[in-house]
Design a protein around this ligand. Structure first.
Ligand code: BES
Ligand code: ZN
Length: 617
């Protein structure tokens, strides 16, 4: 009888969608629509993870032991899971069997795992096995790596994929520390978002500690033929042996970036800062996993021209990892702040001209995103409303570049010195806490309450809750880029390309030049430009994507084989989306896209192929 009641009760819970979670710091409940967990009542605060990585079955299995706090004295704790097998759940160090229930499966969100607890429960041990389809995991064959000899595995947990490889309270307002023991094939090395080994273990056993409380989306693991090379005392790179030297050269400024960041917004709180270069199927440019940024190999351009990505992921060590968006609706607090911080690091290291150029490239991205979405679209608001939707849908340049533009507007209004002081204290005051947009705005307006009509003058409401871009956005100017406007105007008149490649050399310049080519450009024009610049054969993924987009649109055939090999080897979604997107605009192009995709899909991460599947269906 008792058991029946318990099941009925669980049934009621399984249907409930939004969960109450809370920031540990000021005990304000946060409504996170993307987790089933009940962390406001019972919170998981420390994880002891003991897992085995099996490349043959493409599964991770083991035990997640969660130390919990039953805040409200409730009789259950809820975790998020996604297509996971749960073998058993036990309570405490003595591992007494517990009743548990997996709720109804929902697309994207997965299944709540509800475990019966009581007031005295301190530990919940979950024995589980992941699905071979786990959305956070990409299992690579040796062929898909640079060395071609060993398989490779990596995770991508942001935004809500962590639940597919560890049962957890999968919302950004819940923080926990972790220890992990990971068993991998003896010839491979494992690294995590934690204190990492720099050499192989003899037996494939690795132990990790993350001493700072982090949200689940920052849990990360990679396993493969990985080597380490130090850059300086506190920074270094991990990569496949054939890539590690190139990577160390490319990212030689990592240490200087950390120094510059500390000067701006206070001490780096995570001890070491290392970077792992992944195989080319990594679906993002970079991911700010604490202590160990994960990065695409496409940033290794050979000339250090794309290292602002490192500045970006490093900046997340403050904006994001230290002070975290409370829900994915507040994602601009992570990404907008980080783009602002990234550009400040770039300015400190490489000067104002570089800063201006990157600001303009970002502004172009912003304007084209607003144009694509429409300037009345709700998804152009900074504060998003992603309830019921995959939070991945909120991932656009709005969070990044509108977020950045809003912060630049504040900087203009209050002055850089005052704004820096505010940000520095914001990061230290809220270290290891999650914040909502509203909490940030309240703190901002309080800090500048002596300025008359501050909120109205800034148009805070329009920026945050309105669609489109308010017209008090500060203008972005770059003398370097203005000079390119003149070059393009002259080229349009004369169609003379000889010697242009001597004037335009840097990645920024070339990217701007390609983007600003007039819509009237023809395949014949492209052929002449290609002779001068060799754009089709470029090894720089940013330039390739910009050029190939034109090539598809203008049916510039000499680029086609390069496009095919690019799409077959690179899995970074930022590049795949515009190229496939351009292809599907014509029937012929769509057939071509499908042909390429038929073989290329196997090289993409679930994050990437889920997006492209939807585009090509
Ligand atoms: N945290 C993001 C990546 C992310 C965001 C993954 C949301 C999943 C959901 C990371 O910091 C990022 O912004 N990466 C960018 C590169 C950056 C230089 C703008 C990327 O991958 O393109
Ligand atoms: Zn970011």
């Amino acid at each position: 009888m008792k058991k029946l009641l318990w099941l009925l009760f669980l049934g009621a819970f399984a249907c409930k969608q939004p969960a109450q979670t809370e920031t540990s710091a000021d005990q304000q409940p946060v409504n996170d629509p993307h987790t089933f967990s009940n962390s406001a009542q019972a919170i998981a605060k420390h994880l002891d993870l003991d897992i085995k990585v099996d490349f043959t079955s493409r599964q991770i299995s083991g035990k997640a032991s969660w130390s919990i706090e039953n805040i409200a004295g409730v009789d259950n704790i809820i975790f998020d899971t996604w297509k996971m097998q749960i073998q058993k759940v036990t309570l405490g160090d003595d591992e007494k069997a517990a009743s548990f229930e997996l709720g109804k499966e929902q697309p994207v969100f997965g299944q709540p795992l509800t475990v019966k607890i009581d007031n005295s429960t301190k530990k919940v041990n979950i024995y589980y096995t992941t699905s071979p389809e786990a959305s956070a995991l990409q299992w690579l064959t040796p062929q898909q790596t640079s060395g071609k000899k060993y398989p490779f595995l990596f995770t991508q947990s942001q935004p809500i994929l962590a639940r597919s490889w560890v049962p957890c309270q999968d919302g950004p307002a819940v923080r926990f520390t972790y220890n992990a023991t990971v068993k991998v094939p003896a010839e491979l090395m494992a690294v995590m978002s934690a204190e990492n080994p720099q050499t192989r273990s003899a037996d494939g056993m690795y132990h990790f500690k993350q001493l700072h409380p982090i949200p689940s989306y920052l849990m990360a693991l990679a396993v493969g033929d990985i080597a380490f090379k130090a850059v300086d005392k506190r920074t270094g790179v991990y990569a496949e042996p054939s890539v590690v030297e190139k990577a160390a050269w490319e990212f030689a400024d990592m240490g200087k970036m950390v120094d510059a960041a500390e000067k701006l917004y206070g001490p780096y709180r995570w001890n070491r800062y290392d970077l792992l270069v992944l195989p080319p199927s990594f679906p993002y440019g970079g991911m700010e996993n604490p202590m160990l940024t994960f990065a695409t190999p496409t940033v290794i351009a050979g000339d250090r021209s794309l290292v602002s990505l490192v500045a970006h992921e490093l900046a997340h060590s403050w904006s994001g990892n230290l002070v975290t968006n409370a829900t994915w609706n507040d994602m601009w607090l992570n990404e907008g702040f980080t783009v602002y911080f990234e550009r400040r690091i770039i300015e400190a290291l490489y000067g104002k001209a570089e800063f201006q150029m990157q600001e303009i490239i970002g502004r172009q991205d912003l304007m084209s995103t607003v144009e694509d979405k429409g300037d009345t679209s709700r998804d152009t608001r900074l504060k998003l409303d992603l309830a019921g939707r995959d939070p991945d849908e909120g991932l656009s340049d709005i969070a990044y570049e509108k977020g950045y533009a809003f912060l630049r507007t504040i900087e203009e209004n209050v002055g850089r010195v005052a704004f820096d002081e505010f940000l520095k204290s914001y990061f230290s005051k809220h270290a290891f806490q999650s914040r909502t947009t509203e909490q940030f705005l309240e703190e901002l307006t309080t800090a500048f309450k002596d300025k008359t009509n501050f909120a109205e003058q800034l148009r805070i409401k329009d920026w945050v809750y309105g669609a489109g871009i308010p017209n008090n956005i500060p203008p972005a100017v770059s003398p370097q880029f203005s000079a390119i406007d003149t070059i393009i105007a002259n080229w349009q008149k004369s169609k003379q390309v000889n010697g242009l490649s001597q004037q335009l050399k840097s990645t920024n310049q070339l990217l701007y030049f390609i983007r600003q080519l007039p819509p009237s450009i023809t395949a014949a024009d492209m052929s002449l430009l290609d002779k001068e610049f060799k754009f089709s054969q470029s090894g720089n993924a940013e330039i390739q994507t910009a050029w190939y987009t034109w090539a598809i649109q203008k049916q510039y055939q000499p680029a086609y084989s390069y496009i095919e090999s690019f799409l077959s080897s690179v899995g970074r979604r930022k590049f795949l989306r515009p190229l496939y997107g351009e292809m599907i605009k014509t029937a012929e192009g769509k057939a071509w896209a499908k042909k390429i995709y038929a073989t290329a899909r196997a090289n993409y991460h679930p994050v990437a192929y889920t997006t492209i599947d939807a585009m090509l269906k």
